[in-house]
Design a protein around this ligand. Structure first.
Ligand code: NAD
Length: 503
């Protein structure tokens, strides 16, 4: 059967890129086969057929890439001025912009996401990240300190320097491949590090195209390396590697835990973790209900619900519960499912058969535990042979598995509440703390709720708004550290104190 590459919308350049395989690893500025020469199939989620063939990186390839990144770090990359580094990052952003549609099509084909979402979300976000951090390259500075009381008598000048860490390993999931890659690669390079990137085995294509663009932009060999491959062995080998100074990981809690253990058991490499979520979206009785319905829909069904910050627990006031639920169900029925590459599609397939079955199993468990299906609840075979699950709304209770665990699919659980204190307590009753939405016209209600919610990001009368300038990360088991904004710089540099004796 044909894959989505046959779709008439697909640009010849994208078709050629995908068919020109097997895709190779990018190590030390060269396109190379993996040491073992094995390949794997990258699957088209809209059809279940093989989309591209890719060489699989394993431990020996990780060793090669880390060595290349180390050489570049100690050589050419460190000898450039920060301005030259910034210029390269800016040039890369320009090239990405020139190839925006091509990158969006690759991302849509690989992940299944609607092309329109890739065009307005993933790719512009990724470009903005490179531009934003290009601007930081020459502004990563230390501080001059005024000693409050030094341990020895005398006069000293003390100051700090922010120095690059060295080789950064970046491990990325499949839901926003290029965008999350940019969250890691742009600040890492701006701060003077070199990078070994392992994209998800399910979505390696845009990372490989990005590597081509780094070549075209003129990045020195070894500054940016890409190793398509599986979590085991490639991701684990990177996390465990003595030559890697930092791992920036986005993915599941289970793997995040193993990455942190590997870091502790190897060289105490620095670690940032962006993990899962079960984010609350709270509608207060005084909210603009039409706006809230739109925001709730976008909060859960954007990107098929495969979003770490998906507003998957919806708290509705008891007084408006029925009418809002009806409004949401009516809107869910208007969603058009199909291959992401078709411009008519508003929701694509899930990433894999495994993920589809996982989501369907959660819906089944929900039903067994007493949740009521308001709409959806099944596979959508009419949308195509791929991994389509209907947009689903369940009426549930806090104790149910569907209200507690991250489903990572288009499943919303609606929960009624009565009082402000009650809803805040219930919203916070989760091991996660990535994001939350608050819908209210009353500034006091909105701000009181924003202060009391335990999450890294709180949106008031909005959802899923991100920007390179605003920090991103989670409280509690959602992770460690922050990406984006000036906060990211702390995670890609070491601070050094320098003391100068003036006596
Ligand atoms: P995952 O943890 O299975 O995989 C993520 C990445 O880790 C992939 O590249 C994978 O190959 C690699 N990996 C797997 N096993 C590994 C190991 N033992 N050692 C090192 N690397 C390994 O997650 P996923 O299924 O790709 O993504 C979904 C998860 O990611 C969800 O839990 C979601 O919430 C989370 N996520 C979080 C954010 C955020 O910003 N907090 C963003 C996107 C996704």
């Amino acid at each position: 059967m044909a894959t989505s590459v046959e779709n008439e919308q697909v640009m010849p350049a994208v078709r050629d890129f995908i068919r020109n395989g097997p895709k190779r690893l990018f190590i030390g500025g060269k396109w190379v086969e993996s040491q073992e020469g094995k390949t794997f199939d990258d699957i088209d989620p809209a059809t279940g057929e093989g989309l591209a063939q890719v060489y699989e990186a394993k431990e020996a390839d990780v060793d090669r890439a880390v060595a290349a990144a180390r050489r570049a770090f100690e050589g050419t990359w460190s000898s450039l001025t920060s301005g030259e580094r910034g210029k390269l990052l800016w040039k890369l952003a320009d090239l990405m912009e020139a190839h925006q549609l091509e990158l969006a099509q690759l991302e849509s084909l690989d992940t299944g996401k609607p092309i329109n979402e890739a065009m307005i979300g993933d790719i512009p976000q990724a470009i903005n990240h490179f531009r934003y951090f290009a601007g930081w390259a020459g502004k990563v500075t230390g501080e001059t300190l005024t000693p409050y009381g030094p341990s020895l008598p005398g006069e000293y000048l003390a100051f700090t320097r922010r120095e690059p860490l060295g080789v950064v390993g970046a491990i990325v999931p499949w839901n926003f491949p290029l965008m999350i890659t940019s969250w890691k690669v742009a600040p890492a390079l701006a701060c003077g590090n070199t990078v070994v990137l392992k994209p998800s085995e399910m979505t390696p294509l845009t990372a490989l195209r990005l590597a081509e663009l780094t070549q075209e932009a003129g990045f020195p060999p070894g500054v940016f390396n890409v190793l398509p491959g599986f979590g085991q062995p490639a991701g684990a080998a990177l996390a465990d590697h003595m030559g890697v100074d930092k791992i920036s990981f986005t993915g599941s809690v289970v793997v995040g835990r193993s990455v942190m253990q590997a870091a502790a058991q190897s060289n105490f490499k620095r670690v940032t973790l962006e993990l899962g979520g079960k984010s609350p979206n709270i509608v207060f009785p005084d909210a603009d209900l039409d706006a809230a319905i739109s925001g709730v829909m976008m909060g859960i069904f954007f990107n098929q619900g495969e979003v770490c910050c998906a507003g998957s627990r919806l708290f509705l006031p008891k007084s408006q519960f029925e009418s809002m639920l009806q409004g949401l169900a009516d809107r869910a029925k208007q969603i058009r499912q199909g291959p992401g590459i078709s411009p008519m599609t508003t929701m694509g397939p899930l990433i894999s058969e495994k993920q589809m079955n996982r989501v369907l199993q959660y819906i089944e468990t929900g039903k067994q535990e007493g949740a009521q299906v308001v709409c959806g609840g099944d596979r959508n075979e009419a949308a195509g042979p791929g991994y389509f699950v209907q947009p689903t709304i369940l009426l549930g209770e806090d104790r149910m598995t569907v209200s507690q665990e991250e489903i990572f699919g288009p499943v919303l659980v609606a929960l009624p509440y009565e009082t402000f204190d009650e809803v805040i307590q219930r919203a916070n009753d989760t091991p996660y703390g990535l994001a939350a939405g608050i819908w209210s016209r009353d500034i006091k209600t909105a701000l009181k709720a924003a202060h009391r919610i335990k999450a890294g990001t709180v949106w008031v009368n909005g959802y899923n708004v991100l920007d390179a300038s605003s920090p991103w990360g989670g409280f509690k088991q959602t992770g460690v550290g922050r990406e984006m904004g000036s906060y990211a710089l702390e995670h890609y540099t070491e601070v050094k104190s320098v003391w100068v004796n003036l006596t």
